[in-house]
Design a protein around this ligand. Structure first.
Ligand SMILES: NC(=O)c1ccc[n+]([C@@H]2O[C@H](COP(=O)([O-])OP(=O)(O)OC[C@H]3O[C@@H](n4cnc5c(N)ncnc54)[C@H](OP(=O)(O)O)[C@@H]3O)[C@@H](O)[C@H]2O)c1
Length: 331
């Protein structure tokens, strides 16, 4: 049987090892749709999985990569035909199912999203889970009646993948954006994406009170820990804070006061297990009214499968701005 390249992760109690291997189709996971993968991407979660810095894989070994875009090769479902361009993101890839870091992937039909006519496969994977999550967060803000006139929205971890697209999309929708970043070299970039103010990490200047003077109308938080508490305590009445990430910590102290006195909402977002109907809607919006203005600027580098270990280390050391596209086959 013909072999093809895959970036496989072996994780067990003794540790994690990952690298390029030659595998065959019968080593892929089960599913209805076989996809020739063209592009994938590198997310924070991919770096954690590939380095073993957190336990992401619930089965081993698995092909890494929580995102993929490609063309259908075979489908036992009438919903897809050979040649259809499709996306899969999250849904169990690189957790319980072989992911996007291989020339082929086989997945259940329920996970497959048709590529929107407003996106190329390449653009879809520059977006990847990061762009998807930024758009999903904004969708949740809008559903919770966040209005431009309410005031500025804070984006933390702003120079990362989710942060960059959140800044871009909020600005596109007319919101004033306060970007919080620990990377001074990224300040100009964040202004170019649409931030009206850039604040250094740790410089948000919120006190320790259960309710602080209100400073913003909402937030998209990629960092977690004490900053998430600060964001909620200084949000205007009826504003919304979306908790996306934990790049800075998982625990925080918060009283119920912002919720019951100000009607502030703390919204959770989970891209991996997002209901499929909503997932398709968000990808449609990314090809339409939520098509970011600055996809090319946010795309900072293109990697091949063999480059992944180096990219993972850099991403976890906060040395990467924006998004890394993974070119799985030569276009
Ligand atoms: N809930 C979901 O569905 C979902 C989906 C996607 C991602 N996430 C999570 O969201 C976060 C961002 O993901 P991503 O793919 O955008 O990652 P990324 O590209 O690596 O961006 C993370 C950003 O966070 C900031 N940061 C890094 N280390 C930090 C630290 N120790 N303390 C404070 N800030 C730090 C940096 O931005 P600055 O230098 O600009 O501060 C960095 O660029 C991750 O925690 C990821 O796991 C969650």
């Amino acid at each position: 049987m013909k072999k093809f390249s895959a970036f496989r992760i072996h994780a067990n109690d003794a540790g994690t090892r990952a690298g390029l291997e030659q595998i065959s189709l019968d080593q892929l996971s089960e599913g209805d749709v076989l996809i020739r993968v063209h592009f994938s991407s590198v997310n924070y979660k991919d770096a954690l999985a590939g380095t073993g810095k957190a336990k992401i894989l619930r089965r081993s070994p698995l092909v890494g990569g929580i995102d993929l875009a490609g063309e259908v090769v075979e489908s036992t479902s009438a919903d897809f035909s050979q040649g259809d361009k499709v996306i899969v993101n999250g849904s169990g890839l690189s957790e319980v199912h072989n992911g996007g870091y291989a020339e082929f992937a086989r997945v259940p039909v329920d996970w497959v999203v048709p590529l929107s006519s407003g996106l190329t496969m390449r653009q879809a994977m520059i977006l990847g889970t990061a762009g998807f999550t930024a758009a999903l967060s904004i969708h949740l803000l809008q559903q919770n009646n966040q209005q431009v006139e309410d005031g500025p929205i804070v984006v933390t971890g702003a120079s990362g993948g989710v942060g960059s697209f959140a800044v871009d999309l909020l600005h596109k929708l007319g919101f004033e954006v306060i970007a919080v970043s620990g990377t001074p070299e990224a300040y100009d970039y964040l202004y170019e994406l649409g931030a009206s103010k850039v604040v250094g990490r740790g410089k948000l200047d919120v006190g320790e009170g259960v309710l602080e003077k209100t400073r913003w109308a909402g937030a998209i938080d990629n960092v977690g820990g004490p900053i998430l508490s600060a964001l909620v305590r200084a949000t205007k009445p009826w504003g919304n804070v979306v908790s996306v990430g934990i790049a800075g910590g998982i625990n925080f102290n918060l009283s119920a006061m912002p919720f019951i006195i100000r009607g502030v909402n703390l919204l959770g977002v989970s891209s991996s297990n997002c209901p499929q109907g909503l997932r398709k809607q968000i990808w449609q919006r990314l090809g339409g009214d939520l098509h970011p203005h600055h996809i090319a600027k946010i795309h900072s580098q293109t990697a091949r499968l063999e480059d992944l270990p180096d990219v993972f280390e850099k991403l976890l050391n906060n040395e990467i701005q924006g998004r890394v596209l993974v070119e799985v086959i030569n276009e």
